[in-house]
Write a protein that binds this ligand. Structure first.
Ligand code: FES
Length: 142
């Protein structure tokens, strides 16, 4: 049995039900773009996801525990990625993407910049970073 578990198109649509693309117009997602590994980490293909090839690209997905995560291209350098936990640091409501960052629309309206930095309270800290490992072809989150 393979150590990695490919997500089929059905599991992407039905199982997770919450893999969202970033707002970058040329976003695309398909089988093999996001893989949940047996150790709970998530492997994201850069090559198969056009939105991650340029600065400002974002993809959203859930990890094995159902945590909402965004992987963001923060710079054009090969290591220019950041993964953030999308739970608001105020009281844990999931934030939503805007044209300039993130807002806790269903909570108390805290706002965060594109990279997760807090820009408006009542939250008092940035969205939490999640460790990543970057290679030329993929980013492993978790
Ligand atoms: S839960 Fe997000 S601002 Fe309160």
């Amino acid at each position: 049995m393979s150590e990695k578990m490919d997500l089929s198109r059905r599991s992407l649509i039905c199982g997770l039900g919450a893999i969202f693309l970033g707002l970058v117009p040329d976003s695309a997602i398909g089988t093999g773009v996001v893989k949940v590994l047996s150790n709970g980490k998530v492997e994201v293909s850069i090559a198969k996801n056009p939105s991650l090839k340029k600065m400002g690209g974002v993809i959203q997905f859930k990890n094995k525990n159902g945590t909402d995560i965004a992987l963001i291209r923060t710079a054009n350098s090969s290591s220019g990625f950041r993964a953030i936990n999308l739970r608001c640091t105020h009281q844990g409501v999931t934030v939503e993407q805007t044209s300039s960052g993130w807002i806790c629309a269903l909570g108390h309206q805290a706002e965060y910049a594109f990279n997760g930095e807090l820009t408006k309270g009542p939250a008092t800290s940035d969205l939490r970073s999640i460790p990543i490992k970057v290679t030329k072809t993929k980013v492993t989150v978790g």
